[in-house]
Write a protein that binds this ligand. Structure first.
Ligand SMILES: [Zn+2]
Length: 707
């Protein structure tokens, strides 16, 4: 799993640069440029040796966003060329650069400073766009003060918007790559390009750690009519870093990084400056031979001709808007400062399957520095399993029984029990896989809630509705419990979230008194207390047991849902257990290992079937309730078979031994990444909303330093 790069670089760099930057940009005009360059060069060279493991390539940044469709036309990678024009020197070289690129069959985007030290003529802009090049806005005054205070930024944004409109531009990049991605919603842009995958040499070195475009959602109360913008991090080092600071004599660093980006299907986004290019191909203090850039372009053409999507940033933004907009990965939480505590999230474990599901999610959020409040209901095996897996939790409430009235009363009683704890802890967000008690409590306390649900026929009465919902992509808008614009989707199954960490352990068979020569059928009885319970399901279960016991080869591992169900079976069906044909595990069992070492699984619930499907074990469902979209999708792909009558058992269930692989077959990843990215996005939206509600001077002065 990816770690934010800032953690690897140490925390101290996070606060210091902002302070240092402010001082630097204040005294900068007084320092002669050669001296400035020498100081920067000296600092950068010292740093270069320390950051080798994250620059120019940051491991982990190659992970595509969830549901990434690949580039248009099936191209291997995307190539985007951009230039920032810093001075009149640069303006004077724009046409030469344009001709050079055109001659090699490339086009690029030029970003101009609207109120800087030069005039951007309409004639030049028109000439560029006529030739198929793009024009964007580069900062406002390029003085390093754009983000000094929120108020100043708003005023600047209004001016920038005028230039965007006048120039017909949709893209923006800040001077010195300073950025506050939340404030940028003030701009009328399709994309911003002020960030980078990795660049420890920038004054605000908070890496986005991705070589893909990503989406920034505007907070609901923002005036942004587009709903957000696409962020395009540059992924190849800036020319100034390579040639002015490091005096690299070849474009080798670019070529090596390009190969890596191409290999991983990412976006190669280059940011160069005509100001620093010497068209006589000479070296000087502030210039490098343009042939270094030219050689790079020739390399791309020669090695990858026909294999890459050469697009303008505007085109990439429009493609990304259409394809990553639904996924909205936010690589770091831009609303919070790394030197201020991150928001607290509250996760409630209400049922046994929630424990393995939330375990990696809780781990991930704690690793990212969030405070996680975890509550658990003393029901089924929730608390036992949580303790066994080392999940820290606070136990609140218990199981209230099967009776309908008691169940409903128990639900509200548990919600009431949660209230004092939650009022004290003040989480920003409540998250669960369908804990109704949590939603009641969250709604009473006006805490935004997130339902992670994979069954659209579950029942959430109005008082128990979540604000947000995260579902597998098999579920369409009709199956949502919140408005579609607040729903997010992840690829695959919720079981993929934890099956990925599964390691087969054959000792589970010995624990059950079985061996790997037997035909092992694992059976999960239908839930007798869940919302999808019905009588038909139970009788089908008994018929199934009769069918299985009829085959003398079959050994049956019965996995009841709780001790009560196990006890009932032992008492009422002694015949099953008399000759050890049927075994029930003692206490909580590593269910995944039982499933993996089975030849087939027949389940009256959803989770175990999907676990089997995720592990590549033949799965049969005797679930008698309404079939959900996720299970239908599994049935369609042949990973799950529904058996609804004894006749079906005979015809469909194949009682054969399967050859067990030593390891789990490769399963799609992206479920955990998708869910975590969605939650982080929701946190940033809710955090921004909460901060704007109580905007006070103190909070604002904090926000100034926020990245
Ligand atoms: Zn600049």
């Amino acid at each position: 799993m990816r770690r934010p790069l800032s953690r690897r670089c140490g925390r101290s760099i996070q606060f210091f640069p902002m302070f240092r930057n402010r001082v630097y940009y204040r005294i900068k005009p007084a320092i002669p440029r050669p001296l400035r360059l020498s100081i920067r060069r000296w600092l950068a060279l010292r740093k270069r040796s320390r950051v080798q493991d994250i620059w120019p390539i940051a491991p982990g940044s190659q992970q595509p966003p969830p549901n990434w469709p690949g580039w248009p036309g099936g191209k291997k990678f995307a190539l985007v060329l951009t230039h920032d024009v810093e001075s009149q020197w640069g303006v004077d070289k724009c046409r030469q650069l344009m001709r050079l690129e055109k001659g090699l069959g490339f086009q690029s985007s030029f970003n101009f400073i609207p109120m800087g030290g030069y005039e951007t003529s309409e004639q030049l802009r028109n000439e560029l766009t006529r030739n198929g090049f793009e024009v964007g806005v580069h900062d406002l005054r390029h003085d390093g003060k754009l983000y000094h205070t929120r108020g100043e930024f708003s005023k600047n944004a209004a001016l920038i918007n005028e230039f965007l409109r006048d120039w017909g531009a949709v893209g923006f990049r800040s001077g010195f790559m300073l950025h506050n991605l939340n404030w940028l919603h003030d701009l009328n842009i399709e994309y911003d390009a002020s960030t980078f995958d990795t660049d420890p040499f920038e004054p605000q070195p908070d890496h986005r750690n991705t070589i893909f475009p990503f989406w920034m959602t505007a907070p609901a109360d923002s005036k942004n009519a587009r709903g957000g913008y696409v962020e395009l991090p540059y992924t190849l080092a800036q020319d100034s870093t390579l040639y002015l600071l490091f005096r690299e004599k070849t474009p080798e660093v670019w070529m090596r990084k390009l190969d890596w980006v191409a290999q991983h299907g990412g976006m190669a986004l280059v940011n160069t400056h005509p100001d620093y290019m010497d068209f006589q191909n000479e070296w000087s203090l502030g210039e490098y031979p343009v042939k270094l850039y030219q050689e790079f372009l020739e390399y791309v053409r020669a090695k990858y001709d026909g294999q890459f999507w050469h697009a303008s940033p505007r085109e990439v933004a429009s493609f990304a808007r259409a394809h990553v907009c639904n996924v909205k990965p936010v690589k770091s939480v831009p609303t919070t400062n790394s030197d201020s505590p991150k928001p607290k999230v509250w996760i409630d474990l209400d049922n046994t399957p929630h424990v393995p599901f939330f375990e990696p999610i809780i781990q991930e959020f704690r690793a990212r520095g969030y405070d996680v409040l975890c509550t658990a209901r003393d029901a089924f095996q929730v608390c036992d399993l949580a303790r066994q897996r080392g999940v820290e939790f606070i136990q609140v409430g218990k199981h209230s029984g099967k009776n309908r009235f008691r169940k409903a009363a128990g639900l509200f009683y548990r919600a009431a029990q949660l209230l004092p704890l939650v009022m004290r802890e003040k989480p920003l967000l409540a998250i669960s896989h369908g804990s109704r008690a949590q939603f009641i409590a969250a709604n009473i306390l006006n805490i935004p809630s997130v339902l992670i649900e994979d069954y659209e026929h579950a029942d959430y009465p109005p008082t128990m509705r979540p604000k947000w919902e995260i579902v597998p992509d098999a579920i369409d808008d009709e199956g949502l419990f919140c408005p579609p614009e607040r729903a997010r989707r992840y690829p695959g199954l919720k079981e993929h979230v934890y099956v990925r960490n599964f390691r087969p352990d054959a000792s589970v068979l010995a624990q059950l008194g079985l061996n790997d020569q037997q035909l092992i059928v694992t059976v999960r009885p239908p839930a007798t207390e869940a919302h999808y319970h019905n009588e038909r399901g139970e009788s089908l279960f008994f018929e199934l047991m009769a069918f299985l016991l009829n085959d003398p080869r079959a050994s049956i591992v019965l996995m009841p849902r709780n001790a009560k169900q196990a006890q009932w079976m032992r008492q009422n069906k002694p015949g099953w257990f008399s000759n050890s044909r049927v075994v029930i595990p003692n206490g909580p069992m590593d269910g995944l290992n039982v499933v993996f070492h089975s030849d087939l699984v027949v389940s009256g619930g959803g989770t175990m079937n999907r676990e089997a499907a995720a592990l590549g074990v033949p799965a049969y469902s005797i679930l008698a309730g309404q079939v959900g979209a996720v299970d239908r999708a599994l049935e369609k792909s042949g990973q799950l078979t529904f058996v609804t009558s004894p006749k079906d058992f005979m015809q469909k269930i194949r009682l054969v031994r399967r050859s067990r692989p030593l390891a789990v077959p490769g399963y799609p990843t992206g479920a955990l990444e998708g869910i975590v990215a969605h939650i982080e996005e929701i946190i940033s939206v809710e955090y921004a909303r909460k901060s704007s509600r109580k905007a006070v001077p103190v909070a604002q002065s904090r926000r100034v330093t926020a990245a």
